[in-house]
Design a protein. Structure first.
Length: 222
């Protein structure tokens, strides 16, 4: 049976994605790993990761927090990570009372503490509710990490650290963001494992076991 041929659109999708991944590997991979290592320092010390996005980026942000509260690969303790858009009652209440542009900013002001990290995901880098969240984070002493599409963009300009994905389509940006999220999680777990690995003495430096002494028979004097 002949396999169906891919459509030109599907071939182009894969070509654009592969090009985006090559650029990410060259220019963003080290940054994503550094973010994971930094979270491995912040979260075990009692810090928290807040994350937010809109649409597909909301799904990516929630994917990240789920990996930290649950687990990525190996079993480990849970860590504090909150996807702000998943707080549906807060989102709808704030949106209704203050407007959609405030749905994340107000939550950042409520939950963020100095030393925490806010990761904002956006393919455009121009969403007003994310820009408002970045402003609220700075006021609260929370660091802002932006995972965006092509830079420059307004969100990247407000962030303390930026990982921008250069791609010709929104879909390729989102798909590359997922790879970045997984790299962050891998680096996080790797850094945790390194700090908790027991110290092992090299075999050559280990003391040689002493031979057991022969038992001595003792008899009591009559």
């Amino acid at each position: 049976m002949r396999r169906p041929a891919a459509t030109p659109a599907a071939e182009e999708h894969c070509r654009v994605l592969l090009e985006a991944l090559r650029r990410f590997q060259q220019h963003g991979l080290a940054d994503a790993a550094a973010w994971g290592r930094e979270l491995a320092r912040v979260l075990p010390a009692g810090g928290r990761l807040l994350a937010a996005g809109n649409g597909g980026s909301a799904a990516q942000a929630q994917h990240l927090t789920a990996e930290l509260v649950g687990r990525y690969a190996a079993d480990r303790r849970p860590y504090s990570a909150l996807a702000l858009h998943a707080e549906t009652s807060s989102v709808t209440a704030i949106g209704n009372d203050y407007g959609f542009d405030e749905v994340f900013a107000r939550q950042v002001a409520a939950h963020g503490r100095p030393g925490d990290v806010l990761m904002l995901l956006s393919t455009s880098g121009r969403s007003d509710n994310l820009l408002g969240a970045a402003t609220a984070a700075r006021a609260a002493g929370v660091r802002v990490w932006a995972l965006t599409g092509p830079a420059p963009n307004p969100l990247a300009a407000q962030a303390d650290a930026v990982l921008s994905v250069e791609a010709a389509s929104t879909a390729a940006v989102q798909e590359t963001h997922l790879v970045a999220v997984h790299v962050v999680c891998e680096a996080f777990d790797e850094a945790l494992a390194a700090t908790r690995a027991p110290e092992r003495t090299p075999a050559a430096a280990r003391p040689t076991a002493r031979p057991a002494r022969p038992a001595v028979s003792r008899t009591e004097a009559p």
